[in-house]
Every structure is written in C-alpha cells, then in structure tokens.
Design a protein around this ligand. Structure first.
Ligand code: HEM
Length: 504
C-alpha cells in the first residue's frame, strides 16, 4: 500500500479515536436517548438558521424522540420537548447557567445583564431586581396599563381591511415600548422628544434578526467572522441597545439627583423598576455599568414578548370567530356598559375573565413567544429521572415549541387551537411542565405576573372594542425563530369597531 495513504489512514483513525475519547460521555448518553449516528461519528451537524430551527426541531423529535442529541455545526446539544426531562433540568441547581450557542447573540447585542448572567452572580442580581415585580408594585402598574391602552386604540381605529397585518404587530410593539418606558423608567414617551417610539420599534426588528443570526448561524461564533460582520452587515445593529443604555444612564442621573417621575401616571420613583438599581447604586452593591445593562435587559425582555403575544391573540380571535364571540360575551358580562373598551380593570376583574385567560394561554401554547431557550450543565453531571446522564459542560435546549405541540402531552389534536385545553378539568392531570411559555423552575421569567396582567388588561379592552376576521387559516402561518417567534408573512386582517362601540 502507498505509504502516504497509510499515513493518512493512521491520521484519520487517530483523529476518530481522539474524537471518540473526548466525547465518550456523549456516546454514553447517545445509548440512552435518540441521536443521529452520522452526526455522532462526524461530530458535526447542519447549520441552522432562524428560518429552519423550529421545523428542524419538530422533525428531529419525530425521528429521534422528544429527548435527543444533535449537533448544530460542531456544537453538540441535548434537546428536550419532554415535560419530565424539562422539569429535571429547570429545577436543578446544575442548570442555572446559560449555554454559548443560544446566548452568544444576546450577549453580543445587550452585554452582561440578568438574561445572560451566570451562577451565583446571577442569583445575587436576581434577588436585587425581584422586588420590582412584587404584587404591591404590580397594582401600581395596573393603573398605567389601563391608561396606556388609548395609544393602541388610536392606531387601531384607523385600520379596517388590511391585506397584510404587519402594521398591527408594529402598533403592538409601539404600545409595549410605551408601557415599558413608563413602568421601568417613569417616562411618558408620548410627552418627550427624547424617544421616537416609531423609530425605536423599527430598530428592534433589526436587532432581533441580528441576535438570532449570531446565535443560530454558528459561523458567527468565530470572532474573526463576527468582527467582520459587525463592520459590514451588522453595522448599526447595536444602535438599539446603545440608545437604550444612554436613556437609562440619563435617568439614573435624573433620579439620583432626587427628582421624581415626570409622568402623571406614576406617583413616585420608588414604584418604578429602575428603583431597584438606584437603591443598589446608592449602597454601592453594584456598579453603574451593570445597573445600566441590567435595565437594558429588563427593557428588552419586556416589550417584544408582550407585543408578539398580543398580535398572535388578535390573529387567533380572527381565525376562530366562535371562540372570539365567547371571549367578547364574557368581557361584556363583566363590563356591561356601552364603554367602548374604556373601562378600568382591577385585579378582581381579571380573576373574573376566565375564558380570556384560557384564550391567551392557548395562544401562548401554539405560539410560545420564546420557542427555545438554553441551559448549560455546570457543577457536576445531571442524572435525569429517565436514567440518562447529562455530562457537565453539555449545552441543553429546552424546546418549548415541541413540548407545547407534543401529542403525548396535549393529545392527538395538539396542533389545533382550542382554549378548552385550559379548562381546569383538562389541566388537572396535565404535567406541570407541559406549558412553559415563561420557563419555570429556578430561573423562570422575572416579568411573568407583569406580562400576564398587561396581556389581560389590553386584550379585554381590545376585545370589547373590536371584532377581528381573516381569510387566513392556522396552517397558513409559517413561523421563524428570531429569538422571539415571528411570522414569515403577516396574514390579512379585518378590524371592525363593535356596533355598540361607535364613539370616535
Ligand atoms: C409574554 C410575555 C413574556 C414571555 C413569553 C416571557 C418569557 C420568558 C422566558 C421563556 C424566559 C426564560 C429565558 C431563558 O431562560 O433564557 C424569560 C426570562 C426573563 N424575562 Fe420574560 N417573558 C415575558 C415578559 C416579560 C416581561 C414583561 C418582563 C419584564 C418586565 C420580563 C423579564 C424577564 C427577565 C428579566 C428574564 C430573565 C430572568 C432570569 O434569567 O433570571 N419578561 N422570559
């Protein structure tokens, strides 16, 4: 045999043995859960994009099972859409770290903050910001949510037959930026020239694409390529977070000088989310840089999630006229006046709107705003209740989209929109980790209660004022994952003012 060929063969066999040894824990795991044999041998898998990652996740679960190992480029990932496994992971102290793959984009665009912090530093920081979302603060926010809906009414009153409903998503974004500005910073963006909400909403879209490209197109994980992209195609994409950081910086100075919020809707700065970092800065518990970036993170986590969910709720109302009328009838029962949706919701009202609650939850089941999030095993191997062992250092993807569409959990009609899935009788025997739009366990969404309230206040008012219809069907919607769930194309939407809702 040709000696060169022999050398090449020896080199390849050594390389393979090295790979096999280096990944021995993964090969052991692959015996317990599904995996692609070819990917395991090559140590490499397809490079995904925001357009393909959701579909690929469904296909992999179908082929390999809800718990499986796969490679994204050269990065091995354990992916799960199984509620037992998700519970094991999200309740384990070994899984509070976030992995590189899913957070490179966020880290790059937003810097260090609560969304991306790791381990004990994260825990300390979380304890610092948690008080901003305690029930007494949320009561204050409730009155802001009630007042702010006027903005989206003004925009939606101008709409009627839309061939493409993208503008509605934009109005939802503008509205949630407005609400977040007031609850986090005490700023009424409508009364200041500092922030052009419309321009800012456009920047966000660009930023989301940038973040998801960096995360999923793994060649951007190479510093050289990323730096090149920053100088060219991503040039300017950081404007959003830099702009936000400047705004927060100015507000820290403003409040540190003893000033109070300019917004009429906020009684005192102590009720604002920013109050938590102002206090910590006063006590020297954190530095200014972290105070700013942390508020950038809270701000960023708050608005796109809420606005996408509102938009999807409107689409679901339009596609399901029968359920829409049930939701409308319930709101009319609680608010029987001819009030055009301009009523004031209290906590008690929210508890009476049980069908609306089920409708919103079902929307979040089929369209979870954050379809995947990641974790990293740190501090030891994690033994799952299935017996499989996730080795330290392995990146994990919690596939929210898959568990929400898992037929073993939600039944054979898992892909059909049906708010009755959330009837108490139907939820009684459902796995507690079957529905996780806000994540769950140790590191669940900090703004969950805030989001639940703002969604219910806004949607109750919108349902009272408008009737939605569309020719589009659920199966027409093609979704992408730009960190938050997005539609490839926005379906037509008709918006009519309700007959008893005729004030202009
Ligand atoms: C429909 C609305 C929302 C959804 C679906 C949602 C979903 C989520 C999810 C899935 C996570 C976990 C992400 C991960 O582990 O990587 C998360 C984390 C977080 N969310 Fe939300 N969220 C929503 C609204 C909000 C709001 C309104 C705020 C703030 C006002 C907020 C603040 C946060 C923060 C700060 C974290 C990081 C928590 C931590 O790591 O300790 N979210 N959210």
């Amino acid at each position: 045999m040709d000696p060169i060929l022999v050398l090449v063969l020896i080199f390849l066999i050594s390389l393979w043995l090295y790979h096999r040894w280096n990944h021995r824990h993964l090969f052991a795991l692959a015996k317990k859960v599904g995996s692609s044999r070819l990917q395991m041998i090559l140590g490499f898998g397809p490079i995904l994009s925001s357009k393909t990652i959701i579909q690929k996740g469904l296909e992999n679960a179908e082929k390999l099972g809800q718990d499986h190992l796969c490679y994204i480029g050269p990065y091995p990932q354990f992916v799960t859409g199984d509620p037992d496994t998700i519970k094991d992971i999200l309740t384990s102290k070994l899984c509070v770290f976030k992995g590189d793959l899913t957070y490179t984009g966020l880290n790059h665009a937003l810097g260090k903050g609560i969304l991306t912090m790791q381990g004990s530093e994260w825990l300390q920081h979380r304890k610092l910001i948690d008080p901003a979302f305690k029930p007494s603060k949320l009561v204050e926010f409730l009155s802001i949510f009630n007042k702010k809906v006027k903005r989206i009414f003004e925009d939606m009153d101008k709409c009627h037959q839309m061939k493409n409903s993208y503008d509605i998503l934009v109005y939802c974004r503008e509205y949630t930026i407005d609400v977040t500005g007031e609850t986090v910073l005490g700023k009424d963006f409508n009364e200041t020239t500092e922030v052009n909400v419309k321009h800012y909403a456009q920047l966000i879209t660009r930023n989301l694409k940038y973040i998801s490209d960096i995360s999923f197109k793994v060649f951007y994980h190479n510093n050289f390529i990323l730096n090149l992209a920053n100088l060219t195609i991503f040039k300017g994409a950081r404007i959003t977070s830099e702009f936000l950081a400047n705004l927060i910086d100015k507000n820290i100075d403003y409040y540190s000088d003893g000033n109070q919020p300019t917004s009429q809707n906020v009684k005192t700065k102590d009720n604002l989310v920013i109050a938590t970092v102002l206090e910590a800065l006063k006590n020297d518990t954190i530095g200014r840089h972290l105070a700013i970036s942390s508020m950038v993170h809270v701000f960023s986590a708050a608005f796109e999630t809420n606005s996408s969910t509102m938009y999807f709720v409107m689409l679901m109302l339009a596609m399901h006229p029968e359920y829409q009328e049930r939701a409308y009838a319930e709101v009319c029962e609680v608010f029987p006046e001819n009030d055009d949706g301009e009523f004031e919701l209290t906590y008690e009202h929210i508890t009476q709107l049980s069908y609306l609650d089920m409708f919103i939850k079902e929307t979040m089941r089929l369209f979870p705003t954050i379809p995947h999030f990641g974790r990293l095993v740190v501090g030891g191997d994690l033994r799952l209740s299935s017996g499989a062992v996730l080795p330290e250092g392995l990146e994990l993807i919690i596939n929210v989209y898959n568990v929400h569409h898992n037929k073993d959990v939600w039944g054979p009609h898992a892909n059909i929109f049906n708010p009755d899935n959330f009837l108490p009788a139907n939820m009684e025997n459902r796995h507690p980790y079957a529905f996780i739009p806000f994540s769950k366990g140790i590191r669940f969404c900090l703004g969950m209660r805030y989001a639940e309230i703002v969604l219910r206040v806004t949607m109750a008012k919108i349902i009272k004022r408008y009737k939605f219809s569309t020719t589009a069907k659920l199966e027409d919607l093609e979704i992408h994952n730009h960190i938050s769930i997005q539609l490839k194309e926005h379906p037509p939407l008709t918006i009519e003012r309700r007959a008893n809702s005729n004030k202009i």
